[in-house]
Ligand binder design. Sequence first.
Ligand code: G6P
Length: 367
Amino acid sequence: SAAEKGGYEHFMIKEIMEQPKALTDTIKPRIQDGEVVLDDITLTKDQLEKVDKILIVACGSAYHTGIVAKYVIEGLTRKPVEVDLASEFRYRDPILTEHTLVVIISQSGETADTLAALRYAKQQGARTLAIVNVVGSSIAKESDDVIYTWAGPEIAVATTKAYSCQLAVLYLLGVYVGRQLGKISDEENLGMIRELLALPEKVATVLEKKEDIQYFASRHYADKDVFFLGRNLDYAVCMEGSLKLKEISYIHSEAYAAGELKHGTISLIEEGTLVVAVATQDRLFDKTMSNVKEVKARGAEVLGLTTEHNTRINETTDFQFYIPETLDIFLPSLAIVPLQLFGYYMASMKGCDIDKPRNLAKSVTVE
Ligand code: G6P
């Protein structure tokens, strides 16, 4: 009913708008006296020191947070991190020992492939840690350790606030482990804590500009194809942005690593093809812009997504959307928001059944 949706037309937009609160609930209680505190987990410093590999396993959007986390956690802890789709994990004979930390990510805590992956990892003697939204779910119960995302109930099939809270927990985990291992200085820690606490407010700032995205969608909802380009963390964000768009609007879209485009998909770019270029990381900005020029030369119309100070993106793109600045590793939390809104408004203008897209289920309990 309208009341359940808090006055919004769909659960999805309600949940998008709830992100600042969900992030606050997930992050704030875990920061005490300027340090990340994860009293929910029992892993000791000694056990963390002995971890020789971190393996992240999940499905769908949760898998996409794992791709962000691979870059971030490897950087913060200097431990090797791998990411697997839960439906693939067991079939590649992964190397698992008691020193492998398997991180399982799931909103529902009931996804069949993810639960099977957890059981497999345990059976092989690995240490397991789950990041779950639904309290008391099967994955939460069976994992050695659980860190809850406090996103609250998520109704829309297309995840938004749970995705954002999963990212937040992965950041907290990275900072926590990095700190335990002595890989993060006091000064770096201070900067990260400050930015983690500022994330909810920065997400709120992005949400205030939702009409800009709505307007942009009004010009493109009849498009047949959309391409998302980005490097590194921006590429991981592109994967989720592309999934959001295609799962609810039924518009074909692809996420491409910006430098890989010329090895294939650039042949699909025609006059007027929409390309969303995500270039939030300063150190990669010029590289991604050179790929933008390649698609522009083939007639693409480009929406550029970057941070507030990179206004020179208007030299290479047709439309621009700016997000606030933060540390590079936290940019995905801000960059994903306009892409969620983009998927939502495109689907809304097409009149799609946004909260229940055809053929999809919120929780998939078959393998
Ligand atoms: C389903 C949903 C996706 C979700 C995936 C994993 O396919 O439609 O939105 O990302 O399952 O769900 P989980 O509950 O394990 O995060």
